[in-house]
Design a protein around this ligand. Sequence first.
Ligand SMILES: Nc1ncnc2c1ncn2[C@@H]1O[C@H](COP(=O)(O)OP(=O)(O)O)[C@@H](O)[C@H]1O
Ligand SMILES: [Mg+2]
Length: 277
Amino acid sequence: MPRNFGGARHERVTDQTPLPEPNAPAQPPPPGAPTATAKAAAGAIDATKIYGRGENEVRALDGVSVTFEHTKYTAIMGPSGSGKSTLMHCLAGLDSLTSGAVFIGDTYLAKLNDKQLTELRRTAVGFIFQAYNLVPTLTAEENIRLPLMLGGTDGDRAWFDEVVGTVGLTDRLKHRPSELSGGQQQRVAVARALNARPDIVFADEPTGNLDSRSGAEVLDFMRRAVREYGQTIVMVTHDPVAAAYADRVVFLNDGRIVDEMLDPTADTVLDRLKRFD
Ligand SMILES: Nc1ncnc2c1ncn2[C@@H]1O[C@H](COP(=O)(O)OP(=O)(O)O)[C@@H](O)[C@H]1O
Ligand SMILES: [Mg+2]
């Protein structure tokens, strides 16, 4: 479990300028953006995040406006330090913006109090971290079930079995995280996010610690969760091959969205990434 869920502080949306409806497409759309017509699962409007102050100031996000469509698989790419993790954390309500707004479904996160935000994260959002954030004293199965158990439900057993089978953990369910390899822990984290069937899953390099075969299995499963079960996924990755599993790639550089691409292939993504150098 991510620590410190209850402690995040969120700026209030100011009422000086009325915000558009959460599901209005962000204005203006980034260059090359498709016209967003479908209802968005989540998004950011002119999102800016500044860390530190004075000469230590870092503008991690610099006016990001983006929407993520329901039942789509979106990859976020960009050089190291371009703000990918910051964007995901702010979208998921794990960190707060300096200015601008983020929304999940019809809800601006800044309008929620801490208790409501915790509830929204528990019920609507799944997060796969770069660090796995597993509870060390719980078994793999208990870790996977934890988000649902906290809400007092067992979830769908058939779905649990399918998730666990796909990520190859069926014979590791009784193990604690310390008894699992890094790749297996990563797969527990993926299974935990998908088992709860949240409205949206944010995944920060979910295959970064996996060999290419188990990475491909996880990516394929995530894509199936989108195509066959209507899951919505936003995934940060460095890997053009991983990005090619997505329906759309959004490119960040220096805290800004600089491009995006529909129906990516590993080759077209690689070509685009080369132009960052
Ligand atoms: N907690 C923090 N305090 C200060 N600076 C940070 C913090 N988190 C991220 N940054 C800085 O913000 C920028 C964007 O970071 P991040 O979102 O982690 O990039 P990415 O995930 O694309 O590698 C980087 O310059 C990073 O050093
Ligand atoms: Mg990162």
